[in-house]
Design a protein around this ligand. Structure first.
Ligand code: GDP
Ligand code: MN
Length: 406
């Protein structure tokens, strides 16, 4: 799960990490009021969206306006808040469609001497937390990794010991923190690690971490990601969820207890079991298809749930075809077939005669004969039975390609 920068900074503040003074604002009035209360010489107006690259990103239709603006007066704060709130911000990470700015962070400006990069991430190959730092902060770390990988310093943390002080200090020296700020940087890294562990994060990224002209160490930006499987331990974090930032299909599916991940393509698939769902995504790719989603309906899905899953897959016109791949174990094939028939009633645009897009169905396992029989005897025209997983995948990809050409 993702949260906004100002929320991340709120959590870091609880752990004693030095972040700039600031307040969120949902309206222009709140932005001006926050700036007046801060009373700083320079005020930073920061768009709050679940994507990075805001500093270089621009507002759609107003390219002189960036996602992060430095204001020298409250009049400027007002001007920038008006130009940002409710508008669409396009950054390298949002894609061309951008993201709507619904909130701002109004922050006291800092007197930056130098920007650094710092983060903790889970390294899946090692199964450990890795600390990463670089003297090249502020810009995209992906670029540093591609052009000058030697400028990224990494250090693996032993889970039994945690981050040791000497490791934190070694990192501070390695990325070139100036001597008078080394103690503060070391303390900051240790507190960030406490926050990472304390909140079950999967990532804590500070880009930039800055040293000021006064040799203070401040986290100017903060991105926290959380391990979804541990969220039950953190109701305070769950409260920070901003549903307007999430994929509406994924939200709807999770409310129904379905495991749905949007993959952006046009061949939708409905599968039972995570392993088979992944294999299905793979085989669609193998035949040149572009999977629209990962969808695991689980064991014991009712016909009603199956029908709802169809509705979600078809929303927004993303799917140009659907591949149903069920290996009935706990799930019974006849119930899945009933679900498809119920779905046709729910989503059909011609009174249940056909599905809005072609559907290829591969059923195997418990009650398969009954399931096939049910589907054979329906009047739905474009539901096609496949004999095998391979044949079914090949067929749906072909049908989607044909639909694209037409
Ligand atoms: P991102 O582009 O989405 O990662 O947003 P950041 O929060 O990292 O801000 C982008 C850039 O704005 C930073 O790298 C800084 O150069 C600049 N910036 C942010 N806050 C301040 C500030 O308080 N003072 C100054 N001078 N620059 C700032
Ligand atoms: Mn940043």
């Amino acid at each position: 799960m993702n949260i906004h920068e100002y929320q991340s900074k709120g959590i870091l503040r609880e752990y004693g990490v030095n972040v700039p003074a600031g307040k969120p604002a949902f309206t222009v009035e709140e932005a001006v009021k926050a700036a007046e209360e801060l009373g700083s010489k320079v005020t930073v107006v920061k768009s709050q969206i679940h994507a990075g690259g805001r500093g270089k990103g621009t507002i759609k239709g107003n390219e002189s306006m960036h996602g992060v603006m430095l204001a020298k007066s409250t009049d400027d704060v007002k001007k920038y808040a008006e130009a940002l709130l409710g508008q669409v911000l396009v950054t390298k990470q949002t894609g061309p469609e951008g993201k709507k700015v619904g909130r701002l962070l109004i922050e006291a400006g800092s007197n930056i001497k130098k920007e650094y990069y710092f983060s903790f991430v889970v390294d899946r190959t090692q199964g450990r937390v890795v600390m990463m730092g670089s003297s090249e902060g502020g810009t995209s770390i992906e670029e540093v990794a591609a052009k000058t990988p030697e400028k990224i310093i990494t250090d693996t943390i032993d889970p039994a010991i945690g981050l040791a002080s000497f490791q934190a200090q070694r990192m501070a020296y390695a990325i070139g923190i100036p001597q008078p700020a080394v103690r503060k940087a070391t303390a900051t890294f240790l507190k960030l690690y406490d926050a990472f562990i304390g909140k079950d994060c999967s990532q804590v990224e500070i880009n930039p971490l800055v040293v000021t002209e006064e040799d203070d160490v401040i986290c100017l930006d903060a991105k926290l990601n959380f391990d979804d499987s541990a969220l039950f331990r953190h109701p305070d974090v769950v409260e920070l969820r901003d549903e307007s930032e999430e994929d509406p299909k994924e939200l709807e599916a999770s409310a129904l207890g379905l495991n749905y991940v949007n993959l952006g393509g046009d061949v939708a698939c409905m599968v039972n079991g995570a392993g088979l769902a992944m294999a299905t995504v793979d085989i669609l790719k193998h035949f040149g298809g572009d999977p629209a989603n990962f969808l695991d309906i689980g064991g014991g899905a009712s016909p009603e749930e199956t029908a709802e899953a169809f509705k979600i897959m078809l929303e927004g016109g993303q799917a140009k075809g659907i591949f149903v791949n069920i290996f009935g174990g706990i799930n019974r094939c006849d119930l899945v077939a009933e679900g498809i028939i119920a779905a046709a009633k729910l989503v059909s645009k011609d009174g249940g005669k056909s599905m809005p897009v072609p559907v290829v169905v591969r059923l195997e396992g418990t009650n398969v004969d009954k399931g096939r029989e049910l589907l054979k005897n329906t009047p739905i025209q474009n539901v096609i039975m496949a004999e095998s997983m391979q044949g079914g995948a090949e067929q749906i990809v072909k049908l989607v390609k044909e639909a694209e050409k037409a």
